[in-house]
Design a protein. Structure first.
Lengths: 380, 294
C-alpha cells in the first residue's frame, strides 16, 4: 500500500524523523488555517500518489494569505495524470542549502536490505543511477545486524554529504531504517533530504510503501486504508476475497492462481485478443467465490466475453462449476462464457455444467482452444 | 533419482491439527509419503488419523527420526515455525504459507544461512515438492504427476506447476521431481539451487523451468545455465502482458521501472541456449519433442 506524502510524513514522525511543520487541508479555508499556524511562507502541495506533481503545477510556494487562497484553489480539483487532487499538505517553506536522497528497500537478489544514499537529491534517483551511478552510495544491511550510528557515519561520508549535515544525517538514517523495519515498509524514501542554511537536516518529502502482509501487526494502518482511492471494481473484488486488477481489453479473465491468471492474459494476447482484467480466485475457492468473480466481471462494460481458466488443485472444479451455475441463477451475465476446466474433480465439474451449456456458455478442452474461442466472441 | 526428497524421507507436519494441515498432511500420506508425525503446541500426545502429534519439533524429531517438515501455519506464526524446525533438527523445510511479511522472510532467510547452513527452506508461498511415486510434500495433487522421469520441473508459480505436470503426464512423459519455489520476494530455494540439483541427478535428462515477472532470478538462472548446465532446458515465463507497477497476485510478481519484465527474462534465457516457449502448452510440446529425441 502506497501512502500519500502527508501520511508518509506522519509515519516518519512516529519514528522521530524530523519533517517540516505542516497540516492537511481539504478546502481553501483549511489551507489558510494551517498556513497561519505553521507560519509564512508556506508550500502548498497536492496529495496524489503519482510522480511529477511539481511539473504539473501541484506544488506552489505561497508567501501571503492571498497566494495561499489562489494556489490552494487552483490545486484542489487539479487533474494530475488522471489523479484528481482532493487533499493538500501545507507546510512551512524551508530554506534549502543542499538536497540529498536516501532510501531503504529490499535487495532481492542478495536477500538483504539495501540503503541508497546520494548527495544528488531532489531529482529522480533513476536518472542519477543512469547518468552518474557513482553518485549513489549503496549499503547492504544484514537484517539480523541492522544499521548502527557508526556505520551510518561512515556511509554519509562515503556518499559525500556536506560536513555540516553528516552527524544529523547519520542519526536520521538510523531512524529511517528503524521506520523501514519496524514499520514494515517495502520502501521508505526521502527525496529530498535537505540541509538548511542554519544547519538542520530534515525530510522534505516522504515516499512510503507498506507491506500489506504485515497489516496484522499494524492496527494503525487502518486510517491509511480508509483513504485508498481504488477502482470501484477492485474494491468490490477485494471485499469478496478476489485478487482483481482492471486492464483495458475486452476479454474478462477468471483463473485460479496468480501464475495461471498471468499466463491466461498472455495466451489471450497471443491469439489476437486483449484482457479486460487480471482475476485470481485464489486457492481452494468455492462456488460462492466463483459466483462473486463472475459478478465482478459482469459489472465491467468493456467485457465482450469471459474466459474461465481453471486448473483444479486445492480448488475443486465441481465447486467452480457450481459457482458458475449459481451466478447464472443470481444475475444475468451479459457476455458469453468460455470455460476450460482441468484438474481435481474436472469430470464432476463438467457434468454439473452439462445441462446448462448453450451457445453462450461453452467449454473447450485446452487453454489455447478456450482462448481462441473467447477472443473470437470478443472480436465479433 | 529425485532431488531433495525420496521414498525414505520422513516428514512431520507443523500445524497437522489445523484444517489445512490435516487435509494436506493426510493427502500427502495417502500418496505414500512417510508422514510420521505432527506438531502443535499443547496437543502433544493426541493423534490425527493415527499420526502422532507432538508439542515441539524437537520432540517429534527425537521420536520419529524425521528430517523434513511441512509447515502449514498462518502467516504470523510462520517465521517462528520455520526457525523452530531448523532448531529441532529438520534439514528440509517446506513452507506453503502465503502472506508472510517480507521483513520476516528476510530475517528467516538470513538466520537459516548464518545459523543453520545445512538446512534448506522451500518457499514460502509455494506448492511444495513432489517426486512422483516416492514423496509428495505440499499441496500438489498427486494424480497429475507421472513417475519414472526423465524431466525435472522447477516453477515459481503454483497453478502453472500443475499445468506443466499435466502437459507432460498427458503425453506420457514422467517427472523425476517437481519443485515449486514460490512467488515471494525472498524464496528459500531458488532456480539455481534446483537447476544444479537436476544437473547432478543422473535420472533427470531435461528440465522445464517456469518463471514469472518480477525480480531477477530468471536472469541469474540464465547465467548459471550458460556456464554450467549440460542438460536441455525448456522455459516459459508468465506475464508478458502484465502492466508495470502492479503486483500480479504474488508478492514478488511486480515489474518496477524497466526491471523484471518477462521480455528481459526470456531474452536472457534464450541467450543462454534455453528453449523459450510462449505458453505452457508450447513448452509441454517442446519438452515432449526433446524427450522423444533422447
Amino acid at each position: 500500500m502506497d501512502l500519500f506524502e502527508y501520511q508518509g510524513k506522519q509515519y516518519f514522525s512516529r519514528f522521530d524523523i524530523p519533517v517540516s511543520p505542516g497540516g492537511v487541508a481539504d478546502t481553501v479555508e483549511e489551507a489558510l488555517r494551517v498556513a497561519a499556524r505553521v507560519g509564512f511562507p508556506v508550500v502548498v502541495k497536492a496529495q496524489v500518489k503519482v510522480g511529477g506533481r511539481g511539473k504539473a503545477g501541484g506544488v506552489k510556494l505561497a508567501a501571503t494569505e492571498d497566494e495561499v487562497r489562489t494556489h490552494a484553489g487552483a490545486i484542489l480539483g487539479l487533474d494530475i495524470k488522471g489523479h484528481v487532487v482532493k487533499r493538500l499538505w501545507v507546510e512551512h517553506a524551508s530554506d534549502i542549502e543542499k538536497e540529498y536522497y536516501a532510501s531503504f528497500t529490499l535487495d532481492r537478489p542478495n536477500k538483504v536490505h539495501l540503503g541508497m544514499l546520494s548527495a544528488q537529491g531532489g531529482v529522480e534517483i533513476e536518472v542519477v543511477a543512469e547518468e552518474n551511478p557513482d553518485a549513489i552510495a549503496m549499503l547492504q544491511i544484514d537484517p539480523l545486524v541492522g544499521l548502527d550510528v557508526a556505520t551510518a557515519r561512515r556511509w554519509v561520508a562515503e556518499a559525500g554529504l556536506d560536513e555540516a549535515a553528516r552527524a544529523q544525517a547519520a542519526e536520521l538514517l538510523v531512524k529511517l531504517y528503524t521506520c523501514y523495519v519496524e514499520g514494515d515498509c517495502d520502501l521508505a524514501e526521502v527525496n529530498p533530504l535537505i540541509l538548511t542554511p542554519d544547519g538542520r537536516v530534515h525530510a522534505l518529502d516522504a515516499k512510503v510503501t507498506l507491506d500489506e502482509n504485515a497489516a496484522f501487526r499494524h492496527p494503525e494502518w487502518e486510517e491509511y486504508r480508509a483513504t485508498e482511492t481504488e477502482d470501484p471494481r477492485e474494491k468490490m473484488a477485494k471485499e469478496k476475497g478476489l485478487n482483481y486488477i482492471g486492464l483495458d481489453g475486452t476479454v474478462g479473465i477468471i483463473a485460479n492462481g496468480a501464475g495461471l491468471a498471468m499466463s491466461t492474459l498472455d495466451v489471450v494476447n497471443q491469439v489476437g485478443g486483449s484482457a479486460a482484467n487480471f482475476l485470481d480466485i485464489g486457492g481452494g475457492a468455492n462456488a460462492d467465490v466463483m459466483a462473486a468473480a463472475l459478478e465482478v466481471i459482469n459489472t465491467d462494460p468493456k467485457v465482450k466475453s469471459i474466459f474461465v481458466n481453471i486448473f483444479g488443485g486445492i480448488t475443486r472444479v465441481d465447486e467452480v462449476a457450481k459457482g458458475v451455475v449459481e451466478a447464472l441463477s443470481r444475475v444475468t451475465i451479459s457476455a458469453p462464457i468460455v470455460l476450460r476446466l482441468d484438474g481435481t474433480n474436472a469430470v464432476e465439474g463438467r457434468a454439473i455444467l452439462e445441462a446448462h451449456l448453450n451457445d453462450r456458455l461453452l467449454t473447450e478442452p485446452t487453454m489455447l482452444d478456450a482462448a481462441r474461442r473467447a477472443v473470437a466472441f470478443a472480436n465479433q | 533419482m529425485s532431488i531433495f526428497v525420496d521414498e525414505n524421507t520422513k516428514v512431520i507436519v507443523q500445524g497437522l491439527t489445523g484444517g489445512q494441515g490435516r487435509f494436506h498432511g493426510l493427502r500427502n500420506r495417502d500418496y505414500g509419503t512417510k508422514v510420521v508425525g505432527g506438531v502443535t503446541p499443547g496437543k502433544g500426545g493426541t493423534d490425527v488419523d493415527g499420526i502422532p502429534v507432538f508439542n515441539t519439533v524437537a520432540e517429534a524429531v527425537a521420536a520419529t527420526g524425521a528430517t523434513a517438515s511441512f509447515v502449514v501455519v498462518p502467516p504470523k506464526f510462520a517465521a517462528d515455525a520455520i526457525i523452530e524446525a531448523a532448531q529441532g533438527g529438520i534439514t528440509f523445510i517446506v513452507s506453503i504459507t502465503e502472506g508472510i511479511p517480507a521483513h520476516d522472510e528476510a530475517r528467516v532467510y538470513n538466520r537459516l544461512v548464518e545459523e543453520f547452513p545445512g538446512v534448506r527452506l522451500l518457499g514460502p508461498n509455494c506448492p511444495g515438492i513432489i517426486s512422483p511415486g516416492k514423496c509428495n510434500i505440499g499441496i500438489t495433487s498427486g494424480d497429475i504427476a507421472l513417475a519414472g522421469g526423465p524431466v525435472g520441473i522447477v516453477s515459481r508459480s503454483g497453478t502453472l506447476t500443475y499445468q506443466a505436470l499435466h502437459e507432460l503426464s498427458q503425453q506420457g512423459i514422467g517427472q523425476t521431481t517437481c519443485v515449486g519455489i514460490g512467488g515471494d520476494p525472498v524464496p528459500g530455494t531458488n532456480f539455481i539451487d534446483c537447476l544444479a540439483a537436476f544437473e547432478a541427478d543422473p535420472e533427470t535428462k531435461a528440465v522445464m523451468m517456469i518463471g514469472e515477472i518480477g525480480g531477477s532470478e530468471e536472469e541469474r538462472a540464465a547465467e548459471w545455465i550458460k556456464a554450467h548446465m549440460t542438460k536441455p532446458v525448456v522455459a516459459y515465463v508468465a506475464g508478458v502482458t502484465a502492466p508495470a507497477g502492479r503486483k500480479m497476485g504474488h508478492a514478488g510478481a511486480i515489474i518496477s521501472g524497466s526491471k523484471g519484465t518477462a521480455q528481459a527474462k526470456m531474452a536472457a534465457l534464450r541467450e543462454a541456449g534455453v528453449h523459450v516457449c510462449l505458453n505452457p502448452t508450447e513448452a509441454g510440446e517442446k519438452m515432449v519433442e526433446i524427450v522423444r529425441a533422447l
